[in-house]
Write a protein of this length. Structure first.
Length: 98
């Protein structure tokens, strides 16, 4: 845990627990919200091939996750950490954010 705290620039165990909770909430919520978004787009496993349905659903999870990660981090008082985390992740994918 100390290596992770050092790598992320975190000083307390409490902050580490809060960050883990935010990751857990965000992952679960984005997977859950992808269903209503596919329905909103008129996509269901009955209307298209099931494999294509799951590919679309997984592609929807990514942007939902990005937005939820920063906003949930803000709610838990960890906006700076998650905003830097988000920028680093997007930079690795080739997206530049100032």
């Amino acid at each position: 845990m100390e290596k992770l705290k050092q790598r992320w620039g975190i000083s307390s165990n409490f902050q580490l627990v809060v960050i883990f909770v935010v990751f857990a909430i965000t992952g679960s919520a984005s997977a859950k919200l992808a269903g209503p978004f596919t329905e909103l787009l008129g996509i269901s496993s009955d209307s298209i091939h099931p494999i294509l349905y799951w590919v679309v659903r997984l592609l929807l999870i990514f942007p939902i996750y990005q937005v939820l990660l920063v906003s949930t981090g803000w709610l838990f008082g960890q906006f700076k950490f998650f905003w830097n985390f988000e920028k680093k992740m997007l930079r690795r994918m080739g997206v530049r954010i100032k």
